[in-house]
Design a protein around this ligand. Structure first.
Ligand code: ZN
Length: 418
């Protein structure tokens, strides 16, 4: 012990001058490089990132120190407003380029503080908004999880916000997820019909030049008329004209309408010209058979026509979506597919094993039972002729309408919320 003290003393005496110099140096460093110690230096926003698609997004903005944030929603258009202390935005312009669920990003100085405004492509829900310390210990970040929702859900969040004076309320995630269509008293059974392809994405082409995007739109219009004629349903189309729509945009539209069913209409080709008949698909992680897998791969390519890369983050987001497809929703999809196959079999030809499954992106709404109907094969001359026949289309649309009626009354009878 004595030895240790002696050694210590010796080092102190010897290094005294150096210690003082180092302390002065540290002080200088602190004054120059630590804005946190100076109240008049604005907060610095150092990066901005958005990942996800039209159904679900994560937005992250990083800061040099902890930001004091207040946030609230505005409608007309649907916006998320985040108020910040006076902030210097040192972020990359290309990172704020609109994408997915966000159609506009604005930020700037208000005189008294700064503001970030995200405008949604439609109504959305804030599932989470947190201020977190960065993992590397340098600075903080705001992390926002948002997802496509209906106008009613957005209004409910607005009303909730009006009741709580503070705008830093955290969202009631349980309430958000549990808000099913049937718990909404004014809600009628709602069907969203999705005519496959459109615009630059023509889809498959028939032996005699029939283009899939036109067949799907004509059939969807017929189905819409038949369903509307029943009088008990609200019926919407994801597109009513020859326009291009990304697959996630189709899912977003279904969620916006709080759809009880999404029916995506297709008529593809297959290399075996002898194969004909209708097929009904539901979503699954693992395809029911190699043909179903190949078809899902082809259909999922539609997004390539968007002219924007579906890159890095989409993998992660896709996986999240698969996890989120709730068992209940999946059971309803399977049950409707089963009913639909039964009804179609009375009026139109079906292929062998007509109820199949694969990883179709357009069927991945977590809370909307969804099926994809391949009406027939444009690679088969007889199927192609049928798809162009108003009489055949009428019969097939009537069968789908009958299946919807059976499914809707079963849902109403079960009395369970979504
Ligand atoms: Zn198709």
């Amino acid at each position: 012990m004595g030895l240790a003290v002696t050694a210590n003393k010796g080092r102190c005496a010897g290094g005294h001058f150096l210690h003082v110099a180092f302390a002065l140096f540290l002080l200088a460093v602190c004054l120059v490089f630590s804005p946190a110690s100076r109240a008049d230096v604005p907060l610095s926003a150092t990066s901005y990132k958005m990942a996800g698609d039209a159904t679900r997004m994560r937005v992250v903005m990083t800061f040099d120190r902890e930001p004091d944030v207040k946030w609230f929603l505005l409608r007309g258009p649907n916006r998320l407003v985040i108020d910040l202390p006076s902030t210097r935005f040192a972020i990359n312009a290309k990172d704020v380029k609109p994408r997915g669920l966000v159609r506009d990003v604005r930020y700037g100085d208000l005189g008294e503080g700064s503001r970030l405004i995200l405008t949604g492509k439609g109504p959305f829900a804030i599932d989470k908004l947190d201020v977190l310390r960065n993992d590397d210990g340098n600075g903080y970040r705001i992390a926002i999880d948002m997802s496509a929702a209906s106008e009613r859900e957005f209004d409910a969040a607005l009303a909730n916000q009006a009741l709580t004076t503070g705008s830093t309320v955290s969202t009631d995630k349980g309430g958000r997820v549990g808000t099913g269509p049937i718990s909404n008293p004014g809600h009628r059974f709602t069907v969203v019909i999705d005519p496959g392809h459109g615009g630059v994405d023509g889809g498959a082409e028939g032996l005699n030049g029939t283009v899939e995007k036109n067949v799907t739109l004509a059939f969807a219009a017929e189905l819409q008329d038949k369903l509307a004629a029943v009088g008990n349903y609200d019926v919407f189309m994801t597109r009513e004209t020859d326009e291009f729509l990304r697959l996630d945009e189709r899912v977003r539209i279904a969620r916006q309408h709080e759809a009880d069913l999404l029916i995506s209409i297709h008529a593809d080709t297959i290399s075996l010209k002898g194969i004909r008949g209708a097929t009904v698909y539901t979503v699954s992680d693992k395809a029911s058979d190699p043909e179903a897998q190949a078809l899902a791969d082809r259909e999922n390519l539609s997004d390539q026509f968007a002219g924007m890369e579906i890159k890095d983050d989409s993998k992660e987001v896709t996986d999240i979506l698969i996890d989120l497809i709730r068992r209940e929703t999946h059971n309803f999809s399977m049950s409707f597919a089963h009913t639909l196959v039964g009804q179609l079999s009375t009026s139109v030809g079906l292929i062998n094993n007509p109820q199949r499954s694969a990883g179709f992106k357009v069927l991945k709404a977590p809370d909307v039972p969804s099926v994809l109907v391949e009406l027939g094969y444009l690679s088969n001359a007889k199927d192609e002729a049928q798809l162009l026949s108003a009489d055949w289309r009428g019969k097939a649309a009537q069968s789908i309408t009958n299946a919807v009626a059976l499914f809707a009354s079963a849902r109403a009878g079960s009395g369970t919320g979504g």
